[in-house]
Write a protein that binds this ligand. Sequence first.
Ligand SMILES: Nc1nc2c(ncn2[C@@H]2O[C@H](COP(=O)(O)OP(=O)(O)O[C@H]3O[C@H](CO)[C@@H](O)[C@H](O)[C@@H]3O)[C@@H](O)[C@H]2O)c(=O)[nH]1
Ligand SMILES: [Mg+2]
Length: 193
Amino acid sequence: MSVKINLIKHKILSENWFVLHNYTYDLTRHNGETLRHKREVYDRGNGATILLYNREKNSVVLTRQFRVATWVNGNESGMLIETCAGLLDDDSPEECIRKEAVEETGYVVGKVEKLFEAYMSPGGVTELIHFFAAEYDESQRDNAGGGVEDEDIDVLEIPFPQALAMVKDGQIRDGKTIMLLQHAQLAGWLRNA
Ligand SMILES: Nc1nc2c(ncn2[C@@H]2O[C@H](COP(=O)(O)OP(=O)(O)O[C@H]3O[C@H](CO)[C@@H](O)[C@H](O)[C@@H]3O)[C@@H](O)[C@H]2O)c(=O)[nH]1
Ligand SMILES: [Mg+2]
């Protein structure tokens, strides 16, 4: 089933760091009825994220940083535990995630596996995230991680069963991170206990 879209008007509402657009369009349903929508769309670029995992240690490497958008919406400390991630800027998704892995976690990743892509908030945010996974071990450690410039990122190495328990008890509540941990569980890369 498809719909016909006729763009009526496009306006940029804000163009500071990222871009907030307003689109007015007519949407013709398959039954011929036309609806006029006026919708705000936030373009903050696309991103990539990676799960670093170690089968022998049955562990994952995650990051923790202050995320202001969560702090203003119910996350009291504002600190969020996440898989390593970054904005693509001008890089390919794989180039981006290799750079982010070494900057944020300190690990130089070897073979990376592309898993899938997902729109993370399609009701109003354009962002498409590219999901990756890679195995890590201590020999790949290049630096302590922590991010660049104004970033202040903690690197956490967590046993996999504990990471799963943290999803359950709400200590981990970032979408991409939950998706990757559950993917690792479904794929049987790591042990639940
Ligand atoms: N000055 C300024 N700097 C900003 C602003 N927004 C972001 N930045 C800076 O831009 C950089 C973004 O860091 P990245 O590591 O490239 O991106 P990220 O914020 O971790 O985003 C990743 O995770 C997000 C959360 O899941 C994803 O949404 C995103 O696609 C990406 O994967 C950080 O240094 C951050 O401080 C802003 O409004 N103003
Ligand atoms: Mg980041």
